[in-house]
Design a protein around this ligand. Structure first.
Ligand SMILES: [Ca+2]
Length: 400
Protein backbone atom coordinates (compact mmCIF):
# COMPACT_ATOMS: atom_id res chain seq x y z
CA UNK A 1 0.00 0.00 0.00
CA UNK A 2 1.55 3.27 -1.12
CA UNK A 3 -0.63 6.08 0.21
CA UNK A 4 0.07 9.45 -1.38
CA UNK A 5 2.82 8.14 -3.64
CA UNK A 6 1.74 9.76 -6.90
CA UNK A 7 3.54 11.33 -9.81
CA UNK A 8 3.82 15.11 -10.09
CA UNK A 9 1.57 14.99 -13.16
CA UNK A 10 -1.33 13.72 -11.07
CA UNK A 11 -1.19 16.26 -8.25
CA UNK A 12 -2.35 19.86 -8.44
CA UNK A 13 0.63 22.20 -8.69
CA UNK A 14 2.92 19.27 -9.50
CA UNK A 15 3.34 18.51 -5.81
CA UNK A 16 3.42 14.73 -6.06
CA UNK A 17 6.13 12.32 -5.01
CA UNK A 18 7.66 11.80 -8.42
CA UNK A 19 10.87 10.05 -7.42
CA UNK A 20 9.01 7.68 -5.10
CA UNK A 21 6.31 7.00 -7.73
CA UNK A 22 8.97 6.11 -10.33
CA UNK A 23 10.68 3.74 -7.87
CA UNK A 24 7.42 2.05 -6.96
CA UNK A 25 6.29 1.53 -10.56
CA UNK A 26 9.69 0.20 -11.62
CA UNK A 27 10.32 -2.09 -8.67
CA UNK A 28 6.98 -3.23 -7.28
CA UNK A 29 5.93 -5.53 -10.10
CA UNK A 30 3.71 -7.93 -8.17
CA UNK A 31 1.00 -5.36 -7.56
CA UNK A 32 0.66 -1.88 -6.14
CA UNK A 33 -2.06 -0.64 -3.81
CA UNK A 34 -2.97 3.01 -3.55
CA UNK A 35 -5.60 5.13 -1.84
CA UNK A 36 -7.89 7.28 -3.97
CA UNK A 37 -8.58 9.97 -1.40
CA UNK A 38 -12.26 10.91 -1.23
CA UNK A 39 -13.29 8.62 -4.10
CA UNK A 40 -16.99 7.58 -4.03
CA UNK A 41 -17.83 10.14 -1.34
CA UNK A 42 -20.25 11.83 -3.69
CA UNK A 43 -20.72 12.93 -7.28
CA UNK A 44 -19.95 16.23 -9.03
CA UNK A 45 -17.22 17.03 -6.50
CA UNK A 46 -14.47 19.44 -7.61
CA UNK A 47 -11.43 17.62 -8.95
CA UNK A 48 -13.10 14.30 -9.75
CA UNK A 49 -12.33 14.54 -13.47
CA UNK A 50 -8.58 14.97 -12.88
CA UNK A 51 -8.59 11.98 -10.52
CA UNK A 52 -10.49 9.78 -13.00
CA UNK A 53 -8.24 10.77 -15.90
CA UNK A 54 -5.11 10.12 -13.83
CA UNK A 55 -6.06 6.71 -12.44
CA UNK A 56 -8.72 4.92 -14.48
CA UNK A 57 -6.41 3.82 -17.29
CA UNK A 58 -3.96 2.40 -14.75
CA UNK A 59 -6.65 0.53 -12.81
CA UNK A 60 -8.91 -0.83 -15.56
CA UNK A 61 -7.89 -2.80 -18.67
CA UNK A 62 -4.23 -2.02 -17.95
CA UNK A 63 -1.40 -4.20 -19.21
CA UNK A 64 1.03 -2.79 -16.61
CA UNK A 65 1.73 -4.12 -13.09
CA UNK A 66 -1.59 -4.75 -11.32
CA UNK A 67 -2.79 -1.73 -9.43
CA UNK A 68 -5.37 -1.83 -6.69
CA UNK A 69 -7.14 1.16 -5.13
CA UNK A 70 -9.23 1.66 -2.04
CA UNK A 71 -11.10 4.49 -0.40
CA UNK A 72 -13.36 4.70 2.59
CA UNK A 73 -16.75 6.29 3.15
CA UNK A 74 -16.46 8.61 6.15
CA UNK A 75 -19.34 10.52 7.78
CA UNK A 76 -19.99 12.47 4.55
CA UNK A 77 -23.19 10.48 4.10
CA UNK A 78 -24.76 12.19 7.11
CA UNK A 79 -24.11 15.73 5.85
CA UNK A 80 -26.65 17.92 4.06
CA UNK A 81 -25.89 17.26 0.36
CA UNK A 82 -25.63 13.48 0.70
CA UNK A 83 -28.66 13.29 2.99
CA UNK A 84 -30.82 15.07 0.42
CA UNK A 85 -31.51 11.61 -0.99
CA UNK A 86 -29.41 8.81 0.50
CA UNK A 87 -30.02 6.03 -2.06
CA UNK A 88 -29.36 8.49 -4.89
CA UNK A 89 -26.19 9.88 -3.30
CA UNK A 90 -24.75 6.44 -2.59
CA UNK A 91 -25.59 5.22 -6.11
CA UNK A 92 -23.99 8.10 -8.03
CA UNK A 93 -21.09 8.12 -5.54
CA UNK A 94 -20.57 4.41 -6.25
CA UNK A 95 -20.59 5.12 -9.99
CA UNK A 96 -17.99 7.86 -9.54
CA UNK A 97 -15.81 5.42 -7.57
CA UNK A 98 -16.22 2.78 -10.28
CA UNK A 99 -15.32 5.36 -12.91
CA UNK A 100 -12.10 6.01 -10.97
CA UNK A 101 -11.34 2.30 -11.03
CA UNK A 102 -11.69 2.02 -7.25
CA UNK A 103 -11.38 -1.62 -6.15
CA UNK A 104 -12.53 -1.55 -2.52
CA UNK A 105 -14.98 0.81 -0.81
CA UNK A 106 -14.75 0.65 2.98
CA UNK A 107 -18.08 1.64 4.49
CA UNK A 108 -18.48 2.83 8.09
CA UNK A 109 -20.43 0.48 10.35
CA UNK A 110 -23.10 3.16 10.88
CA UNK A 111 -23.77 3.42 7.17
CA UNK A 112 -23.79 -0.35 6.75
CA UNK A 113 -26.30 -0.75 9.58
CA UNK A 114 -28.60 1.93 8.13
CA UNK A 115 -28.27 0.85 4.52
CA UNK A 116 -31.09 -1.68 4.40
CA UNK A 117 -33.84 0.31 6.07
CA UNK A 118 -32.84 3.49 4.26
CA UNK A 119 -32.70 1.79 0.91
CA UNK A 120 -29.14 2.39 -0.18
CA UNK A 121 -27.64 -1.09 0.16
CA UNK A 122 -28.35 -1.64 -3.56
CA UNK A 123 -25.42 0.66 -4.35
CA UNK A 124 -23.03 -1.63 -2.45
CA UNK A 125 -24.18 -4.64 -4.50
CA UNK A 126 -23.84 -2.62 -7.69
CA UNK A 127 -20.34 -1.49 -6.70
CA UNK A 128 -19.30 -5.05 -5.84
CA UNK A 129 -20.64 -6.42 -9.12
CA UNK A 130 -18.30 -4.17 -11.10
CA UNK A 131 -15.34 -3.19 -8.90
CA UNK A 132 -13.44 -6.41 -9.63
CA UNK A 133 -14.13 -6.37 -13.36
CA UNK A 134 -10.82 -4.95 -14.47
CA UNK A 135 -9.92 -7.25 -17.37
CA UNK A 136 -12.35 -6.99 -20.31
CA UNK A 137 -11.43 -10.48 -21.52
CA UNK A 138 -12.67 -12.15 -18.35
CA UNK A 139 -15.22 -9.59 -17.16
CA UNK A 140 -18.71 -11.05 -16.73
CA UNK A 141 -20.53 -7.72 -16.86
CA UNK A 142 -20.39 -4.33 -18.51
CA UNK A 143 -22.50 -1.22 -17.94
CA UNK A 144 -23.08 2.32 -19.14
CA UNK A 145 -24.89 4.76 -16.82
CA UNK A 146 -26.03 7.75 -18.83
CA UNK A 147 -24.87 11.10 -17.49
CA UNK A 148 -23.61 14.50 -18.45
CA UNK A 149 -21.71 16.82 -16.12
CA UNK A 150 -21.04 20.42 -17.12
CA UNK A 151 -17.35 20.96 -16.36
CA UNK A 152 -16.55 24.68 -16.16
CA UNK A 153 -12.81 23.91 -16.04
CA UNK A 154 -13.05 22.58 -19.61
CA UNK A 155 -12.08 25.49 -21.88
CA UNK A 156 -12.16 23.36 -25.01
CA UNK A 157 -15.87 22.56 -24.70
CA UNK A 158 -16.72 25.92 -23.12
CA UNK A 159 -14.30 28.51 -24.62
CA UNK A 160 -13.36 31.47 -22.43
CA UNK A 161 -14.22 33.90 -25.27
CA UNK A 162 -17.87 32.82 -25.06
CA UNK A 163 -18.35 31.79 -21.43
CA UNK A 164 -15.80 33.94 -19.53
CA UNK A 165 -12.54 33.30 -17.71
CA UNK A 166 -12.11 29.75 -16.46
CA UNK A 167 -11.64 30.12 -12.72
CA UNK A 168 -13.11 28.13 -9.85
CA UNK A 169 -14.61 31.29 -8.37
CA UNK A 170 -16.24 32.46 -11.63
CA UNK A 171 -19.86 31.48 -11.00
CA UNK A 172 -20.99 33.76 -13.84
CA UNK A 173 -19.18 31.44 -16.29
CA UNK A 174 -20.86 28.41 -14.70
CA UNK A 175 -24.29 29.97 -15.03
CA UNK A 176 -23.64 30.71 -18.71
CA UNK A 177 -22.59 27.10 -19.25
CA UNK A 178 -25.68 25.63 -17.60
CA UNK A 179 -28.23 28.03 -19.15
CA UNK A 180 -28.77 26.17 -22.47
CA UNK A 181 -29.30 22.92 -20.55
CA UNK A 182 -31.96 24.27 -18.16
CA UNK A 183 -34.64 23.03 -20.56
CA UNK A 184 -33.31 19.50 -19.99
CA UNK A 185 -33.52 19.86 -16.20
CA UNK A 186 -29.99 21.05 -15.36
CA UNK A 187 -29.92 23.23 -12.24
CA UNK A 188 -27.82 24.60 -9.40
CA UNK A 189 -29.22 23.95 -5.91
CA UNK A 190 -26.37 25.60 -3.98
CA UNK A 191 -24.48 28.37 -5.76
CA UNK A 192 -21.93 28.69 -2.98
CA UNK A 193 -20.98 25.05 -3.48
CA UNK A 194 -19.77 25.84 -7.01
CA UNK A 195 -16.72 27.68 -5.67
CA UNK A 196 -15.67 25.10 -3.05
CA UNK A 197 -13.09 22.34 -3.00
CA UNK A 198 -14.43 18.82 -2.50
CA UNK A 199 -13.70 18.66 1.26
CA UNK A 200 -15.77 21.78 1.90
CA UNK A 201 -18.42 20.67 -0.57
CA UNK A 202 -18.96 17.41 1.26
CA UNK A 203 -19.17 19.26 4.54
CA UNK A 204 -21.31 22.28 3.69
CA UNK A 205 -23.04 21.97 0.30
CA UNK A 206 -26.81 21.73 0.70
CA UNK A 207 -27.97 20.41 -2.67
CA UNK A 208 -26.96 19.01 -6.07
CA UNK A 209 -25.25 21.06 -8.78
CA UNK A 210 -25.19 20.03 -12.44
CA UNK A 211 -22.35 22.37 -13.36
CA UNK A 212 -19.11 22.30 -11.39
CA UNK A 213 -15.33 22.65 -11.39
CA UNK A 214 -13.35 19.74 -12.84
CA UNK A 215 -16.32 17.36 -12.56
CA UNK A 216 -16.81 14.18 -14.63
CA UNK A 217 -18.42 15.20 -17.94
CA UNK A 218 -19.43 11.92 -19.62
CA UNK A 219 -21.31 8.71 -18.95
CA UNK A 220 -20.13 6.42 -16.16
CA UNK A 221 -19.37 2.86 -17.13
CA UNK A 222 -17.31 -0.26 -17.35
CA UNK A 223 -16.43 -1.69 -20.77
CA UNK A 224 -19.57 -0.25 -22.42
CA UNK A 225 -19.43 3.12 -24.16
CA UNK A 226 -21.95 5.34 -25.93
CA UNK A 227 -20.94 6.46 -29.44
CA UNK A 228 -21.35 10.15 -30.40
CA UNK A 229 -23.53 10.77 -27.34
CA UNK A 230 -24.24 14.46 -27.85
CA UNK A 231 -24.87 14.18 -31.59
CA UNK A 232 -27.40 11.36 -31.29
CA UNK A 233 -29.17 11.91 -27.94
CA UNK A 234 -29.91 14.60 -25.35
CA UNK A 235 -28.69 14.79 -21.76
CA UNK A 236 -31.30 14.94 -19.01
CA UNK A 237 -31.18 15.91 -15.35
CA UNK A 238 -33.75 15.57 -12.53
CA UNK A 239 -36.18 13.48 -14.58
CA UNK A 240 -39.73 13.86 -13.29
CA UNK A 241 -39.08 17.19 -11.55
CA UNK A 242 -37.13 18.52 -8.55
CA UNK A 243 -35.19 15.94 -6.50
CA UNK A 244 -36.75 15.03 -3.15
CA UNK A 245 -35.67 12.49 -0.54
CA UNK A 246 -38.01 9.96 -2.23
CA UNK A 247 -36.92 10.47 -5.86
CA UNK A 248 -35.74 7.24 -7.57
CA UNK A 249 -31.96 6.99 -7.95
CA UNK A 250 -32.17 7.03 -11.77
CA UNK A 251 -33.98 10.38 -11.90
CA UNK A 252 -30.73 12.21 -11.14
CA UNK A 253 -29.22 11.71 -14.64
CA UNK A 254 -30.39 10.21 -17.93
CA UNK A 255 -30.22 10.59 -21.66
CA UNK A 256 -33.01 10.39 -24.17
CA UNK A 257 -34.34 10.80 -27.67
CA UNK A 258 -35.26 14.19 -29.15
CA UNK A 259 -37.21 13.32 -32.26
CA UNK A 260 -37.69 16.99 -33.20
CA UNK A 261 -33.92 17.38 -33.76
CA UNK A 262 -33.39 13.93 -35.30
CA UNK A 263 -31.84 12.41 -32.18
CA UNK A 264 -33.54 9.03 -32.28
CA UNK A 265 -30.83 6.45 -31.49
CA UNK A 266 -28.36 5.76 -28.68
CA UNK A 267 -25.43 3.66 -29.97
CA UNK A 268 -23.19 1.59 -27.70
CA UNK A 269 -20.04 -0.46 -28.15
CA UNK A 270 -18.26 -2.84 -25.81
CA UNK A 271 -14.56 -2.63 -24.97
CA UNK A 272 -12.53 -4.34 -27.73
CA UNK A 273 -11.57 -7.20 -25.43
CA UNK A 274 -15.00 -8.01 -23.96
CA UNK A 275 -16.43 -9.89 -26.92
CA UNK A 276 -14.04 -12.00 -28.97
CA UNK A 277 -14.55 -14.24 -31.99
CA UNK A 278 -17.32 -14.22 -34.59
CA UNK A 279 -19.34 -17.07 -33.07
CA UNK A 280 -22.83 -16.62 -31.60
CA UNK A 281 -22.80 -15.90 -27.85
CA UNK A 282 -25.39 -15.87 -25.09
CA UNK A 283 -25.72 -12.37 -23.63
CA UNK A 284 -28.23 -10.77 -21.29
CA UNK A 285 -29.03 -7.08 -21.53
CA UNK A 286 -30.89 -4.96 -19.00
CA UNK A 287 -32.20 -1.50 -19.88
CA UNK A 288 -33.46 0.92 -17.23
CA UNK A 289 -35.88 3.43 -18.75
CA UNK A 290 -38.46 6.01 -17.67
CA UNK A 291 -42.01 5.41 -18.89
CA UNK A 292 -43.14 8.97 -19.56
CA UNK A 293 -45.63 8.62 -22.42
CA UNK A 294 -48.45 6.13 -22.97
CA UNK A 295 -48.13 4.43 -26.36
CA UNK A 296 -44.54 5.56 -27.00
CA UNK A 297 -42.38 2.81 -28.50
CA UNK A 298 -38.65 1.98 -28.62
CA UNK A 299 -36.50 -1.07 -29.28
CA UNK A 300 -33.13 -2.56 -28.42
CA UNK A 301 -31.07 -3.85 -31.35
CA UNK A 302 -27.80 -5.82 -31.26
CA UNK A 303 -25.06 -6.98 -33.57
CA UNK A 304 -25.79 -10.60 -34.55
CA UNK A 305 -23.11 -10.66 -37.21
CA UNK A 306 -25.62 -9.88 -40.00
CA UNK A 307 -25.62 -6.88 -42.37
CA UNK A 308 -28.38 -5.24 -40.32
CA UNK A 309 -28.81 -5.37 -36.57
CA UNK A 310 -31.28 -7.74 -34.93
CA UNK A 311 -33.99 -6.67 -32.49
CA UNK A 312 -33.79 -8.11 -28.96
CA UNK A 313 -36.64 -6.22 -27.38
CA UNK A 314 -39.54 -3.96 -28.34
CA UNK A 315 -41.30 -1.88 -25.69
CA UNK A 316 -44.49 0.20 -25.60
CA UNK A 317 -44.96 2.76 -22.82
CA UNK A 318 -47.90 2.84 -20.44
CA UNK A 319 -47.14 6.37 -19.25
CA UNK A 320 -46.94 5.47 -15.55
CA UNK A 321 -44.02 7.90 -14.90
CA UNK A 322 -41.97 5.14 -13.29
CA UNK A 323 -38.50 3.68 -13.98
CA UNK A 324 -38.58 0.12 -15.31
CA UNK A 325 -36.02 -2.63 -15.85
CA UNK A 326 -36.32 -4.59 -19.09
CA UNK A 327 -34.14 -7.71 -19.25
CA UNK A 328 -33.64 -9.87 -22.33
CA UNK A 329 -31.32 -12.80 -23.11
CA UNK A 330 -30.24 -13.54 -26.68
CA UNK A 331 -28.34 -16.61 -27.88
CA UNK A 332 -26.88 -15.29 -31.15
CA UNK A 333 -25.03 -12.14 -30.13
CA UNK A 334 -21.79 -11.63 -32.04
CA UNK A 335 -20.96 -8.13 -30.79
CA UNK A 336 -17.99 -7.33 -32.98
CA UNK A 337 -19.07 -3.73 -33.48
CA UNK A 338 -20.83 -4.68 -36.73
CA UNK A 339 -23.82 -2.40 -36.22
CA UNK A 340 -24.46 1.18 -37.33
CA UNK A 341 -21.65 3.59 -36.35
CA UNK A 342 -19.57 0.59 -35.24
CA UNK A 343 -22.03 -0.29 -32.49
CA UNK A 344 -22.78 -3.53 -30.64
CA UNK A 345 -26.13 -2.28 -29.32
CA UNK A 346 -28.57 0.49 -30.18
CA UNK A 347 -31.64 1.91 -28.44
CA UNK A 348 -33.91 3.16 -31.23
CA UNK A 349 -36.95 5.36 -31.15
CA UNK A 350 -39.62 3.66 -33.26
CA UNK A 351 -42.18 6.48 -33.25
CA UNK A 352 -42.24 10.27 -32.83
CA UNK A 353 -42.59 10.23 -29.01
CA UNK A 354 -39.34 10.58 -27.05
CA UNK A 355 -38.12 8.04 -24.48
CA UNK A 356 -35.68 8.32 -21.57
CA UNK A 357 -32.95 5.90 -20.38
CA UNK A 358 -30.62 5.80 -17.40
CA UNK A 359 -28.70 2.52 -17.47
CA UNK A 360 -27.78 -0.30 -19.82
CA UNK A 361 -26.07 -3.44 -18.50
CA UNK A 362 -24.62 -6.40 -20.41
CA UNK A 363 -24.07 -9.77 -18.73
CA UNK A 364 -22.14 -12.60 -20.32
CA UNK A 365 -24.50 -15.61 -20.48
CA UNK A 366 -27.85 -16.01 -18.74
CA UNK A 367 -28.59 -14.35 -15.41
CA UNK A 368 -27.77 -16.84 -12.63
CA UNK A 369 -30.25 -15.12 -10.31
CA UNK A 370 -33.02 -12.56 -10.84
CA UNK A 371 -31.79 -9.02 -11.43
CA UNK A 372 -31.24 -7.12 -8.20
CA UNK A 373 -33.40 -4.01 -8.19
CA UNK A 374 -33.11 -0.85 -6.10
CA UNK A 375 -35.88 -0.56 -3.49
CA UNK A 376 -38.84 1.62 -4.41
CA UNK A 377 -40.07 1.91 -0.83
CA UNK A 378 -37.56 2.92 1.85
CA UNK A 379 -37.38 4.90 5.06
CA UNK A 380 -36.32 8.51 4.62
CA UNK A 381 -33.92 10.30 6.95
CA UNK A 382 -36.14 11.51 9.79
CA UNK A 383 -33.57 13.69 11.52
CA UNK A 384 -31.75 16.78 10.31
CA UNK A 385 -28.39 16.08 8.66
CA UNK A 386 -25.30 16.69 10.77
CA UNK A 387 -24.25 20.35 10.72
CA UNK A 388 -21.04 21.19 8.86
CA UNK A 389 -17.83 20.65 10.79
CA UNK A 390 -16.37 23.78 9.25
CA UNK A 391 -19.10 26.18 10.28
CA UNK A 392 -17.68 27.09 13.65
CA UNK A 393 -17.34 30.86 14.04
CA UNK A 394 -14.07 32.12 12.64
CA UNK A 395 -11.77 34.44 14.56
CA UNK A 396 -12.74 37.19 12.15
CA UNK A 397 -16.41 36.90 13.10
CA UNK A 398 -15.63 36.72 16.81
CA UNK A 399 -13.92 40.11 16.67
CA UNK A 400 -17.11 41.82 15.47
CA1 LIG B 1 -40.80 6.44 -28.63
Amino acid sequence: MFNNVTSDDDESGGKGFDEEWKWVTENVTGGIAIKLAGSARGHHLSGERTMIEAWQHRLIASEAAPLFARSEMDQTWQRAMFAKNLPMSFYWGALTGLQNGQSVWDITSGALESSKEMGFDYSFYFFNRYAGQIDPRTATDAFCALHKGLDAADTKTYPEAKFGKASHKNTERMEKIIAPFAKYGAAVDDKNGLTLGQVRQRDTQTGFNDVGWDIWPDNYGRFLYQIDADATSIPLWRVGGPITNKSPIYSRFARGFEHATGKDTLYFKLHEGFSQGAEAKVMTMTVVWYDATAGSTWKLDYDAGKPSMKTALTVTGKGDKQWHHETVTVTDAVLRQGGAKGSDFALLNTDAADDIFSLIEVHRGKLESPALLPPTDFKVFDKAPKPPKADKPTKEKKKK
